[in-house]
Ligand binder design. Structure first.
Ligand SMILES: Nc1ccn([C@H]2C[C@H](O)[C@@H](COP(=O)(O)O)O2)c(=O)n1
Length: 192
């Protein structure tokens, strides 16, 4: 009985290693994007839609089946013209700065979801979420945040944000890419 079982395990192991092709000539491509690079790449691509001249942020929300359920980037609310509201950040008059008006990428992604909800999903975002976004991340029951940059780690809005996420038991971790750059070349498809 034991012998038979071991034999079948050996058989399965052999079958799982069978290659139906010549290894050198037809193996799969090696420098494909890992899932996390793909999701963060989508977030960075979405950021290119942002009209903010200083900082473009994108977010991509993914469910447990690795399906993208939401994408967003930082921008003005619907019907608030990109050409009417200010994009500056250093005016002494707060009403002349963008901060009063811009919706953050994370919030836009959550509001634009194409699923019923984002419960249990993972949020990929270029910049660590601020405290206001974290409140909404928590309330929408996102389970994990993967961020690229934490360049505002010392600022109160990031410190507060981490306190909120920690209290709510939401995990967050920094994205570690294999590829430092992803290039989109619209001409490449015409090659070979
Ligand atoms: N997690 C974040 C952080 C920032 N944003 C947006 C909000 C502004 O449009 C811009 C930040 O402006 P800055 O002061 O860096 O010029 O990025 C976001 O969407 N998500």
């Amino acid at each position: 009985m034991t012998e038979n079982t071991n034999e079948s395990v050996d058989e399965i192991m052999k079958i799982s290693k069978i290659k139906f092709y010549d290894e050198d000539e037809s193996a799969k491509r090696k420098d494909y994007l890992e899932w996390e690079e793909y999701f963060m790449g989508i977030a960075f691509l979405a950021a290119q839609r942002s009209k903010d001249p200083a900082t473009q942020v994108g977010a991509c929300i993914v469910d447990d089946d690795k399906k993208i359920v939401a994408i967003g980037y930082n921008g003005l609310p619907i019907k608030c013209s990109d050409d009417t509201f200010p994009w500056s950040k250093n005016s002494d008059d707060p009403l002349k700065n963008k901060y009063m008006y811009v919706c953050h990428a994370e919030v836009n992604a959550i509001l634009n979801k194409n699923s019923i909800d984002v419960k249990g999903c993972t949020l990929y975002v270029a910049l660590f979420p601020c405290n206001e976004c974290s409140k909404i991340i928590i309330q929408s029951r996102i389970k994990e945040v993967v961020f690229c940059s934490d360049k505002h780690a010392e600022k109160p809005h990031t410190v507060a944000s981490k306190r909120l996420l920690d209290a709510a038991g939401i995990k967050y971790r920094q994205f570690v890419p294999n590829h430092k750059k992803i290039i989109i070349d619209f001409d490449k498809i015409n090659e070979s």
